[in-house]
Design a protein around this ligand. Sequence first.
Ligand code: ATP
Ligand code: FE
Length: 364
Amino acid sequence: VTVLGIETSCDDTGAAIVDNNGHVRGEALFSQTSTHNLTGGIVPNVAKELHYKNVEKVVQEALDAAQMRLQDVDSIAVTVKPGLIMSLRVGLRHAQKLVQSSGLPLIPIHHMEAHALTARMMQKIDFPFLVLLASGGHCLLAVAKDIDDFELLGSSLDTAPGEAYDKTARELNLFQQPEFSGLSGGVVVEQLARAGNPLAFPRVNVMTTVANCNFSFTGLKISAKRQILAEYERQGLSTDMLLPQAADICAWFQYNLLYHIARRLQRAFIYTEMHGLCGENKTLVLSGGVASNLYIRTKLSELCSTYGYKLICPPQKLCTDNGIMIAWNGMEKLLSGRNFFQNPDSVDVQARSNFGTDKSRDVS
Ligand code: ATP
Ligand code: FE
């Protein structure tokens, strides 16, 4: 059994064919990062145009890599929420076109649920388990109870962690360096941070008096901006130059971001255990673009072992957006035997966030 997955929710055009054993038969990905880095962030209209230009090619490349024709797959899965409406529409319209020409069934996919369940493609993870998604648009902590049943324990009240990384990289003018031009802010900050001192500047306290599992990254983002401006001033440098202390700023920013996430997780571990939310299953799945960060993975893995939790992360390239996670989510739905298919003509896209069910719990 095989599923073709199509992803266009943000700035990556992805497609892949995955089989019921979790093997990737073929994949293709077109990243728009280098274009968006030039304009200081994602411009929705530009993202849409690039998806439009590339989606057909990317799907064909994935099929070619799998040495398959469209008629050989069993179903088409496509991201319909959440994301940039114009970007989502391009993927959905293309999927609807393919459904019309092939008669294949269509499975609409929730992008965050796909991030959350990618790890099950590589290894068996029993429900229920804890999942933390840290990405460019979200920070979500939830109990995954089934492929379509998530209970939210906490989420970001403002900025997403990936967005804070991207913004900090931009404030530091890092994308001006040719070697960084096609990379995301997170990758660049992680690289520079290796040579920096995480304690170079004062600690940023985030939500220290709020006893729940929500997150906030705006304070940290603004603190980083202030620190960067202060350093420019101290050095007498113009703000379009590179800062000699860039590595220290990156290390300090990343350390503070990790610290906040770790504190929220600590609370979630205790709460989850006290309320028996995950039974005996002490597993934390970490995914989303920020989860490809090795510093964050290593530190959270240490935290997990302190609490007797096992940390599971998808391979790095499956943490950021890709067609494989969409195809796999479609496969899980197909294999469940339940009817997740929808009339292709009636499916539309939605910008709505959180998890499909929007079930949440007050963790305080
Ligand atoms: P969402 O999944 O919330 O809709 P998205 O799909 O745009 O958002 P992803 O592709 O999951 O986001 O992740 C992209 C984000 O991850 C970017 O903000 C990027 O900076 C960040 N990111 C990628 N690699 C790393 C890394 N190594 N360290 C930290 N952040 C990273
Ligand atoms: Fe994503």
